[in-house]
Design a binder for this molecule. Structure first.
Ligand SMILES: *[C@@H]1O[C@H](CO)[C@@H](O)[C@H](O)[C@H]1NC(C)=O
Ligand SMILES: *[C@@H]1O[C@H](CO)[C@@H](O)[C@H](O)[C@H]1NC(C)=O
Ligand SMILES: *[C@@H]1O[C@H](CO)[C@@H](O)[C@H](O)[C@H]1NC(C)=O
Length: 250
């Protein structure tokens, strides 16, 4: 999930500069699985544990929020963020009484830092953004973030692709009609490809300079199989894969 090493960052920047960065083009960052901040608002009739709140007055940060991943509290977290699959409509649903939204579309903030408190464990695109700022880029002007509900597949993210198309067009216009570089990580790679396949060639010729993918999950993900079998602790010794699995498999 993390791309923080300076070496990787420098490599990325230089390869972008060499292969597709012939003039000053704006960037849109398309994150991977788990790579967007997520907010929830709850008003539930049931909870999984007596310590779990059933209501919240407003939206609160549910991903990434390490305070919600500690033992017992994590059971509340799982119930609030997991999906239920309806095998008849073939669509997913939140737990009853839970509303989910993805904050900050268009801004770099929610993909630079997965944890809005900017805890270092949630550092994501921030080193890349900083490196590009040193080259003269400006956050929210020539650098944009396109977070999405990574729990859902493209068939349930159709509104995201509409918003992303608008963001590309707005970014193009706001930067003197300059085509946009899509910079995607992990599952953001296939999401970007899905998005581009929805567009006409003439649209892509006009608005898209290129698609750069970092560890694009083009061949699928072996990790998905591991998650189904035993869960994944996200590389943190504080987390328990077996517990995380209850959320991850949904
Ligand atoms: C919470 O849900 C109940 C019904 O389950 C409803 O009567 C109440 O108005 C809701 N509260 C809010 C703040 O939406
Ligand atoms: C949906 O799941 C239920 C419960 O597992 C099962 O009985 C039913 O056959 C499934 N229906 C379809 C259309 O797969
Ligand atoms: C980018 O926009 C977001 C949301 O409006 C804002 O919170 C953030 O401070 C902005 N960043 C900069 C550098 O202007």
């Amino acid at each position: 999930m993390k791309i923080t090493q300076t070496t990787l960052c420098c490599f990325l920047i230089s390869s972008v500069v060499n292969t597709c960065y012939s003039a000053f083009h704006p960037f849109i960052f398309i994150p991977g699985d788990g790579g967007s901040q997520v907010e929830a608002k709850i008003n539930k009739t049931n909870s999984v544990h007596y310590i779990c709140a059933k209501t919240s007055t407003d939206y609160f940060n549910i991903w990434l929020n390490l305070e919600l991943l500690v033992p017992v509290v994590i059971d509340c977290w799982i119930d609030n963020i997991k999906l239920r699959y309806d095998n008849v409509t073939r669509r997913t649903l939140n737990t009853d009484g839970v509303e989910i939204r993805i904050p900050g579309f268009g801004s770099t903030e929610p993909v630079e830092w997965l944890d809005p408190s900017r805890a270092s464990s949630g550092a994501y695109f921030t080193d890349i953004v900083n490196a590009l700022v040193k080259l003269g880029h400006v956050r929210n002007q020539t650098l944009k973030g396109a977070p999405f509900d990574f729990r859902k597949a493209p068939n349930e993210n159709q509104d995201y692709f509409v918003k992303l198309k608008q963001l590309v067009e707005e970014t193009y216009e706001a930067n003197g009609k300059t085509s946009v570089i899509l910079l995607a990580h992990s599952m953001g790679g296939p999401m970007s490809q899905y998005f581009l396949n929805l567009q006409k060639q003439s649209w892509k010729d006009k608005y898209i300079k290129c698609l750069v993918t970092l560890s694009g999950a083009w061949g699928g993900s072996v990790k998905a199989v591991k998650v189904y079998a035993i869960g994944d602790d996200l590389g943190s010794y504080m987390l328990n894969g077996k517990v995380m699995k209850l959320e991850q498999i949904t």
